[in-house]
Design a protein. Structure first.
Length: 262
């Protein structure tokens, strides 16, 4: 809303310190805007969402006090124990993906990424392929950032990733363990496809240039991709189930994960 915009304008003044930021990414329809609205409004239920064309930011505050564990109201910080942070929504539509990736590249004080997926639709191959394709680009970006010493990103710290397996209220939703393994299997396939020229050339692993290795997600040359391989680059990837609407585990686990990272 307007107060947030005003905040961002004020950010250009030298006295203003940039708050830590959590970026919401993921394909269109996964539930990013719904989730942001839920966190912004507290437990009163999300407002109807609209298609996100640009990024929008909401200022929130979280605490690692155990009593705040299930409370994602937009706290007024009276106790001084809450950390203010910005949560930023990005457009998920394929044509606007560059806006989201640009935001990822430019955000100062980026503390964490929340990649929202639709667990109820991930059983469909085209949704899985589209979702994993986007996730591949995001993870590869973080991997390159971590290995690029010149960028100074190494000093700035690694960015942990939460894969929010949303829509657990729907009976078609895959359990989060399956969300994880299905994404890993699809990422394995995507990784192999994108380096096919290289693999087919018969070049031995030792002779592969660093440029080719840079384009390979996770442990180079490994048969199967797993999220664990990102730890080699100090990137933690966690998959947690939840839902924004309907009956289910809700958004508490995600909120708690975020509170630990900011
Ligand atoms: P975005 O494109 O990622 O921002 O997705 P939206 O937030 O616009 O949500 C897309 C659709 O999914 C909307 O119709 C939401 O009401 C719906 N939706 C979001 N979260 C949930 C959920 O947890 N369960 C169910 N059943 N529907 C959801």
């Amino acid at each position: 809303g307007a107060p947030v915009l005003l905040h961002l304008i004020l950010a250009s003044s030298s006295t203003y310190t940039v708050p830590p930021t959590v970026l919401l990414l993921g394909p269109e329809g996964a539930g990013k805007t719904s989730l942001l609205t839920l966190f912004e409004r507290g437990d009163d239920g999300p407002a109807p969402t609209h298609t996100t064309q640009t990024t929008q930011a909401v200022e929130l505050s979280a605490s690692v006090d155990s009593e705040s564990r299930t409370s994602f109201r937009n706290h007024d910080d009276t106790s001084g124990t809450h950390t203010k942070f910005l949560m930023v929504d990005t457009p998920g539509h394929g044509k606007l993906r560059n806006v989201a990736m640009g935001k990822l590249a430019r955000t100062e004080k980026l503390r964490a990424l929340v990649f929202v997926v639709d667990a109820a639709a991930l059983g469909e191959q085209d949704v899985l392929a589209q979702t994993a394709g986007y996730l591949h680009d995001v993870l590869l970006f973080l991997q390159k950032r971590a290995t690029d010493q010149k960028s100074g990103a190494a000093k700035a710290g690694r960015i942990p990733v939460l894969i929010a397996a949303n829509k657990m209220d729907l009976f078609t939703a895959l359990p989060s363990t399956l969300v994880k393994t299905n994404l890993e299997a699809e990422l394995t396939r995507i990784r192999a496809t994108r380096s096919k020229g290289l693999l087919d050339s018969g070049v031995g692993m030792d002779e592969v240039g660093s440029e080719e290795q840079d384009g390979w997600l996770g442990e180079y040359g490994s048969e199967k991709f797993s999220f664990k391989q990102m730890q080699e680059f100090d990137i933690d990837v966690e998959v947690l189930p939840g839902n924004v609407t309907g009956d289910g585990p809700g958004a508490d686990k995600w909120w708690w994960w975020i509170a630990q990272k900011i």
